[in-house]
Structure formats: structure tokens, C-alpha cells
Ligand binder design. Structure first.
Ligand SMILES: Cc1ncc(C[n+]2csc(CCOP(=O)(O)OP(=O)(O)O)c2C)c(N)n1
Ligand SMILES: [Mg+2]
Length: 342
């Protein structure tokens, strides 16, 4: 049931996530020009921002508890924020700092927060099998925890996705698959690689319920996810949800989007989940002043997290070989031990 309080919480999530991406965009560009040196600046490496995807993060994760598991792909921040991942530690991770979620060695695509069972990965559809594993574990342990696996529409032809749908269906596992359909996989429009327009139609082949939420509508996602998560939590098996979202920025920071028609960029700017939710909130009796208060508090939290993260130390070079599966060959000295500084 969607109350005004729930809608306020959803609004808090989406404005936090949007502002977070806008601030990261600014920070990321620092020091990278003129030749776009990807390793320069306070955020080294690739960065995939999720502005325009917020409805899918907030609307689904609003139904989740800390002991529920979420796996996300390479565009993870809005989902992590909605799942309650620690904002400071996540930001420190993105900035490559020692106090980050993964000691600054994972970066923005490899966030892992065991406190709220959140993980993401740069390999598309990679999150599906682990989410199914979490669902299986919950079932074997007789808990009512659920797992949610997010993936993009560009990942719905991956074998791991099909195997995960099948295994979850056959074993009636408490898993919700959420496809964030932004129409693009990097520069590839969906219709060129997949004949199924609605990813939720894939559910039929596995005898699963499938539902699509059109437009960037946070409340509609919330309601669809209420059914899907409720079904999973009450032992009635998996669901496939497809949520229409829009990519308001390039695929990654530095993407000039030369392949993207201007009308599509304009469409993405117009179909924004935030003004739509603001209208819904006003209709529910929430004043503009209150909306502004929520926005300002969210912006302050984000600014504080970024300031804190930027003050954190970088990992020591010697930490390179910690937390790895394989250690360097015996006797091979670290660069620092050789007196080198590279
Ligand atoms: C298995 C695998 N193949 C290829 C890639 C390269 N790759 C990174 S993102 C991406 C497109 C993803 O599109 P989509 O799933 O729609 O997510 P979006 O970026 O639109 O959010 C590809 C092909 C990858 N990361 N993993
Ligand atoms: Mg996509």
C-alpha cells in the first residue's frame, strides 16, 4: 500500500541517487582533460552513471530488508543507495580509498557490502546466478529472505540469465529478476540484437510471472515490486520484472554518444521519474517546501560523503597482494621493497 510516508522515502532515495550521480560526474572530470586520461583525477578508471534509472532502484528496494540480497550490474549506485549501502564507504570505494567497501581496490563496479547483502559486478548478467544461490540458501535455511538480481536489457540474451530463470523456477526460489530497460547496450539499440521488445515476455518460457512497468514511474514500480517481492517472500517463487528507464547520460563517462539520435537524448530528458513522483507527492498532500527539505537534506548527505571520502588515505602499495586468491611467486619482492616508487 503506497502511503504518503512511503512516497516521501521513495523521493528521498531517488533525489539522493540523482544528486549523487551529478556530483560524481563533476568529480570524475577533474584532471581528466584535455586528452581524457582515464587514470587521472580523483576517480580513476571507468564510471557508469545511472541518472534516469532511479525508479528501478527505489521502487524495488523499498520492499527489502537488510537480510535480503541484491546483486546489481556495472551501473549500480542508485540500487546500492536504495538498498542502504553505507554512503561514505561506497564513496570512498569509488574514489579508490583504503576505507572503501573493498579497501579501495574494487572501484565503482565492484562494490560489496555484507552488512546489507549487496554486491555488483562489471560482467553483465553475472549477478543472476549468485542471486539464485542466495535464494536457494534462504529456502534451505527456512528463512523468508529474498534475493533480487538487477540486469540491463542488453544482458537478457546471456546464458547465465536463462539458466538462473530456469533454476529459480524449477526450485520455486524467492528471487526477483529486475531488467532495467534503457533501450541501449552501450551503442547498441535493443531492436538490433533482441526480437523480444518486452523483456518480461521471456518469463513465459520458464512458466514464471512476468510484468513490465512502462515509463519512469516510481510508484508503479513500487506496486509491481510489492507483488513480486511478496510472492517470493511467501514461498511462491520467482518473478521477472522489466522496468522502462532512460539513460540520461552516456554509457560511461567520456562517451560522446555520437551514435545516439538527438531525439532519443531529448526523450530521455523529458521522461524523468523525479517530476512525475513530485506530482504524485503533491497529489498525496505533500507540500513543495517539504519536497525541498528532503532534497536539501539528501544533497547535504551526498556532499558530506564525498568530502569525507576525498579525505581518506589511498591503499598502501603493499596491500596489492592482500585479499587475492593467488599470492605472488615466493621471493618476488614488491616494488616498494626494491626501493622503487612505481
Ligand atoms: C559478459 C560481458 N560481455 C560484454 C561486456 C561489455 N559490456 C559492458 S556494459 C555492456 C552493455 C550493457 O547494456 P545493458 O545490460 O543494457 O546495461 P546498461 O549499460 O544499458 O545499463 C557491455 C556489452 C561485459 N561487461 N560483460
Ligand atoms: Mg541497457
Amino acid at each position: 500500500m503506497l502511503t504518503a510516508d512511503t512516497m516521501r522515502d521513495l523521493y528521498d532515495d531517488v533525489v539522493t541517487a540523482r544528486y549523487y550521480e551529478e556530483r560524481l560526474q563533476e568529480e570524475y572530470l577533474e584532471g581528466k582533460q584535455p586528452a581524457f586520461d582515464i587514470s587521472a583525477g580523483p576517480i580513476p578508471g571507468e564510471l557508469h552513471l545511472a541518472a534516469g534509472h532511479e525508479a528501478a532502484g527505489a521502487g524495488v528496494c523499498a520492499h527489502l530488508r537488510d537480510d535480503d540480497t541484491v546483486t546489481a550490474p556495472h551501473r549500480p549506485h542508485h540500487v546500492a543507495i536504495a538498498k542502504g549501502v553505507d554512503l561514505e564507504k561506497m564513496t570512498a570505494e569509488i574514489f579508490g580509498r583504503e576505507t572503501g567497501l573493498c579497501s579501495g581496490k574494487g572501484g565503482h563496479m565492484h562494490l560489496y557490502d555484507p552488512d546489507v547483502n549487496f554486491a555488483c559486478s562489471g560482467i553483465i548478467a553475472q549477478g543472476c546466478p549468485p542471486a539464485v544461490g542466495a535464494g536457494l540458501a534462504a529456502k534451505k535455511r527456512n528463512t523468508d529472505a529474498v534475493a533480487v538480481s538487477y540486469l540491463g536489457e542488453g544482458a537478457i540474451d546471456q546464458g547465465g540469465f536463462f539458466e538462473s530463470l530456469n533454476f529459480a523456477a524449477v526450485h520455486d526460489l524467492p528471487v526477483v529478476f529486475v531488467v532495467e530497460d534503457n533501450d541501449w547496450a552501450i551503442s547498441m539499440p535493443q531492436e538490433r540484437v533482441t526480437d523480444v521488445e518486452n523483456a518480461a515476455d521471456r518469463a513465459g518460457g520458464f512458466d514464471l510471472p512476468g510484468e513490465r512497468v512502462e515509463f519512469d514511474d516510481v510508484c508503479a514500480v513500487y506496486e509491481a515490486a510489492e507483488d513480486a517481492v511478496g510472492r517470493a517472500r511467501s514461498g511462491n517463487g520467482p518473478t521477472l520484472l522489466s522496468v522502462q528507464v532512460h539513460r540520461r547520460m552516456g554509457h560511461f563517462m567520456g562517451d560522446a554518444e555520437a551514435y545516439r539520435p538527438d531525439e532519443d537524448v531529448e526523450r530521455a530528458q523529458n521522461l524523468d521519474c523525479i517530476p512525475r513522483l513530485e506530482d504524485d507527492l503533491r497529489q498525496a498532500g505533500v507540500s513543495d517546501d517539504e519536497l525541498m527539505e528532503i532534497r536539501e537534506a539528501a544533497e547535504q548527505r551526498v556532499d558530506d560523503a564525498i568530502e569525507w571520502a576525498k579525505d581518506q588515505p589511498e591503499p598502501a602499495p603493499e596491500a596489492t597482494y592482500e585479499d587475492v586468491f593467488s599470492n605472488p611467486p615466493q621471493g618476488r619482492p614488491m616494488a616498494a621493497e626494491q626501493g622503487g616508487d612505481e
